[in-house]
Structures are given as structure tokens and as C-alpha cells.
Design a protein around this ligand. Sequence first.
Ligand code: SAM
Length: 207
Amino acid sequence: MIVAVSLVYRNALIYELVMLGLYGRHYGGRYRSVAALIPAGSSVLDLCCGPGVLFDRYLRARSVDYTGIDVNPRFVARVNRLGGRGVLDDLGEGRPLPEADTVLMQASLYQFLPDPGPILRRMLRAARQQVILAEPVRNLATGHNPWLAALARRQTDPGLGARTARFTEASFDAFIAGLGQRVTRSYLIPGGREKVAVLDPRGGSPS
Ligand SMILES: C[S@@+](CC[C@H](N)C(=O)[O-])C[C@H]1O[C@@H](n2cnc3c(N)ncnc32)[C@H](O)[C@@H]1O
């Protein structure tokens, strides 16, 4: 399934070092912002879960029943080794999602641009209590430095082709505004690189 995955996604250590470089002292805070929304003992479906850092450091100790889906076999194997349920799948192929109390996606919705609507609808169908989106809105890939931007775009190929589109805060706000009353809250994480939106799957229909 993986053809030529970017260096960033080769293994958990490289992935974490790059993310640490990007988020700096707010690296832990990006996971804590999401983990704080998840009740102990509940079930979580984490889409594009990466190497399972959220589960390993922030959810496991709280007895969360965790399933992570990713297209990267190394990351999925790591989630299984850590004691979660890792599932290998290309989420772009539209297979139905297993149900969970919380269905979340962190730093990954941009990979479904230009139309993230279908994946979000599948998330809303699978969620019993809430959908959480935590999306980068300040990105190197769309920043002012053309060299860094080109590098960042090349280095985010999960093995399915380079992902060049990104959300800005304005485009993410516009996207969630279209979801109407489903959105119960949205806020920037400390440092402002990611925006969190919490959605009620039983709220008003997305327009
Ligand atoms: C930036 S990482 C985010 C990982 C994790 N959510 C986090 O915040 O640490 C993006 C992840 O999305 C995965 N991915 C990209 N496209 C995918 C697809 N179509 N189906 C499943 N996983 C995908 C990549 O393999 C990678 O692990």
C-alpha cells in the first residue's frame, strides 16, 4: 500500500522529532488539548493516528478503549504493540468506520482537501458522543519562506502522493461555520498552530 513514504513518516522517532521542532514547547499541549476532551473509560476512534502518541502518553493510563487507523503499516504496528487496536486502512477509500464514543482526527484533515466533507460525514456517522477535529492552521507548507514551504509540502507524503493543500485559520473557520449547530466549541491550542473544533453528531445537519 505504501509506495514512497516521506522521511517524516518513516518511523516514530523521526516523526516525533519533526513535530517537536514544529510545535516546540507546545508539543505536549497539542495532545493534552485533545485528551482533555475525552472521558476516562470511553472509546476513541483516532483517524490518521500516526505512531499513537496520543494513546501512549495521554489516553492509555485513563483506560480508554482506543482504535487508531492509519495508512502507514509501521505506525499501525506500533499502536498494536502499545496495547491499542491499530487498523491499517486508506481512509480515502471510503470504507465504513467502526463506531466509538469519540471519533477524532488530529493534524490530518488537510490530507482530504479539496473536499473534506465525505470523511467528516463518515466521522459524524461513527461517533456516538462527539467528533473532535484538531487541525493545523499555521503551516510551514503555506508560509512565506518558499524553500521551507516546498520542503514541508514534499515531506508530507504518506505514501499516497504529496499533500500540498493546507487550512488557514480563515479557511478552517469557514469550513466549520458550514457545519452549523453541530459545532459546540472551537479554540486555538496554546501556541496557536492548531485549531480544535468539537462537534455534536446529533446537532443540526451540516449545510
Ligand atoms: C501529520 S500525521 C498526524 C498523526 C497524528 N494524528 C498526530 O497528530 O500526531 C498524518 C498521518 O496521517 C496518515 N495518513 C495520511 N493519509 C492517510 C489516509 N488516506 N488514510 C489513513 N491515514 C492517512 C499518515 O500516515 C500520518 O500518520
